[in-house]
Write a new protein. Structure first.
Length: 71
């Protein structure tokens, strides 16, 4: 298992964290998600997977949830 970190902007509260976590968890290959919240800043999204995660699919899921993935 490996963990890949991504920056995410637009998060302001725990509701935002839950929304992004749910969206990221639906991306194929993702086995776990955690987020270090930095309200109104760049939060860190930790994505656990058994292999490589499709960054474009993750980006799409985060954008559709209303936030921005920073690579």
């Amino acid at each position: 298992m490996s963990t890949t970190d991504f920056g995410v902007t637009g998060l302001t509260c725990n509701h935002c964290v839950m929304t992004v976590s749910r969206a990221a968890a639906l991306v194929p290959g993702v086995t776990g998600v955690s987020i270090d919240l930095v309200a109104n800043g760049q939060s860190t999204l930790h994505v656990e997977s058994d292999g490589a995660v499709d960054a474009s699919a993750l980006d799409k899921a985060i954008v559709e949830a209303g936030y921005e993935l920073v690579r």
